[in-house]
Design a protein around this ligand. Structure first.
Ligand SMILES: [Zn+2]
Length: 102
């Protein structure tokens, strides 16, 4: 699973770039986060809305409200596990939880 994109394309100004500048788009300064930034839950709560790289969909996803997103992610995750029938390994499983819940 690719955790970070090879190249970034800013979802806001469509700028195509290889490296973020301080977690931001170098073109317009929009905050673009990826899971490996290791932000804590309280950081996300403080930001509330931001763009986040979704490695499963390979695109940027706009988080309008982190608390809502967390609730939804948890639900989605439970459904995913229920219908999972062994498609995901336990270790990968833990990574997904980390990615969604962190
Ligand atoms: Zn931009």
């Amino acid at each position: 699973m690719k955790v970070r994109p090879q190249r970034y394309k800013c979802p806001h100004c469509k700028w195509d770039f290889a490296y973020r500048k301080k977690r931001c788009c170098p073109g317009c300064g929009t905050l673009l986060l990826i899971a490996s930034d290791m932000l804590s839950d309280s950081d996300f709560t403080a930001l509330k809305s931001f763009w986040m790289w979704e490695p499963l969909k390979e695109r940027w996803e706009y988080i309008r409200d982190w608390d809502d997103h967390k609730r939804e992610a948890m639900q989605k995750f439970e459904e995913y596990v229920k219908e999972g029938d062994g498609r995901i390994e336990p270790s990968e499983n833990r990574n997904l939880i980390k990615h969604w819940i962190q």
